[in-house]
Design a protein around this ligand. Sequence first.
Ligand SMILES: NC(=O)c1ccc[n+]([C@@H]2O[C@H](COP(=O)([O-])OP(=O)(O)OC[C@H]3O[C@@H](n4cnc5c(N)ncnc54)[C@H](O)[C@@H]3O)[C@@H](O)[C@H]2O)c1
Length: 329
Amino acid sequence: MKKILIIGCGSIGERHLRSLRHAGRAQVWVCEPRDELRTRIAKDYSVEAFASVDQALAALRFDGVVICTPAHTHIPIALTALKCGAGLLIEKPLSIKLDGVAELRQAVAASKRFVGVAYVYHFVPGVREARAFLQEGTLGRPLQATVVAGQHFPTFRPAYREIYYTKHETGGGAIQDALTHLANAMEWLIGPATRLYCEAAHQALEGVAVEDTVSVTARHGETIVNFSLNQFQAPNETSLQINCEHGSVKIETHSQRWGVCLRGAADWNYHSASVAHRDDLFIAQGNAFLDGLEGKPTTLCTLDEALQTLKFNLAALESARTRQMIVID
Ligand SMILES: NC(=O)c1ccc[n+]([C@@H]2O[C@H](COP(=O)([O-])OP(=O)(O)OC[C@H]3O[C@@H](n4cnc5c(N)ncnc54)[C@H](O)[C@@H]3O)[C@@H](O)[C@H]2O)c1
């Protein structure tokens, strides 16, 4: 059994805790500075809970650490945990700026520890299956793609006014919080974005000033991609469509299906891609982290893929601010 420490037991930390315990391959500890929350988690899950990262890392040697704190704290915590010999699963986004990323990459290389970033679309069955199909090459080159997504964020995250979401500096706003998942998924499906133009605005969400609505026109090499996302609409829907030389692929996470429409076909040929419970994605991701710690291959988002998506996030924020197209280095 691997010894795993979860750092930060807010919304996603508790989900990782539940999912890793469900996987049944790890002994889990937690670290959470908020007294009331720490006490509740320790009681509900019968886990040992530490009040600080330093306390936890001094008490035990962990095989792996899952970093579930707000994004501006990910890199300093990652560097500290690596020094103590742990492999890492870092929540998305990797960070809110590029500072410290080069140091982290060097530290990871020197440590020889496994590191992944928790872009969970890598475990959405429709995305995985569509990606495998695209890689077979039957449809030829991807030429154009669209991503259309939205949900009523207050319904899914009622505490949005009280968490990191309220400020860009802590990883907030629609670009760093929600669009980043889809940017990373599209990069995983067709390759990295190379330049983009972004319109973003605060349109609806009460009690915050960050953007809740985003539109990005991007180039991923020769593919032209449009991302359109908001966090206020009633339907909770996400669809990604990739139009290639010989046909199209569509992923609809809300319908739990993906499909292919070959040039000349009358309709889509859909495949079911069901997810019985949202935790299932995180159980699969947790198992992949444990596989990575054991030296097995995984499809977790790599550090370099997450760095590329961080550059996408930063380019989108800069473009929205300057009204300029931004080339991604
Ligand atoms: N993959 C996903 O689907 C998904 C979903 C939600 C959030 N996230 C990401 O996970 C991260 C956390 O999000 P959340 O919604 O759980 O936030 P949250 O505010 O609910 O929880 C964060 C927790 O971290 C704790 N914390 C802060 N600084 C700490 C430190 N230095 N040491 C230990 N604990 C510390 C806080 O006390 C808090 O309980 C963010 O990066 C967010 O983008 C990912």
